[in-house]
Design a protein around this ligand. Sequence first.
Ligand code: ZNH
Length: 145
Amino acid sequence: EWTDFERATIQEIFSKIDSGVVGPAALSRCLIVYPWTQRYFGSFGNLYNAAAITSNPKVAAHGKVVIGGLEKAVKNMDDIKTTYKDLSVLHSDKLRVDPDNFNLLADCLTIVVASQMGQAFTPDVQAAFQKFLAVVVASLRKQYH
Ligand code: ZNH
């Protein structure tokens, strides 16, 4: 279901991005733009405003963890659903994250990656990246019932 171009593009994006920059930037953006997503991070301390969110070390650390999760999907592109089985159960049964929020974080990731890549983020690259994120989101939703 992946073309050679899509595979190469996804692999290249993740080999180039710095998870310690892109992860924190995408997660903080999500928490700022969609403030209701903050409710799941009650243990993260001060999320009072944009400055507090972008300088919060727990947000930064968790942003990096999320990219680590995505890297696992990149390594298993042909079976993301199985790869994400436990992660989906965790978000559904334990964390009780409303799955609509997955799309919001995915959109923030797209914006951050686009701004980092500049001209290289062509429409074809965007299409491949968003297709990948759509499969990730569908796989995270899979164990919801
Ligand atoms: Zn999530 C966790 C991934 C989205 C919320 N996450 C997590 C982890 C991972 C992830 C890997 C870790 C796990 C373990 O530890 O085992 N996520 C992810 C991804 C995505 C997500 C890939 C997409 C893209 N999340 C999300 C959202 C939200 C969340 C949207 C909300 C809003 N998560 C979460 C939480 C947690 C997690 C809350 C836990 C944290 C702590 O630390 O506590």
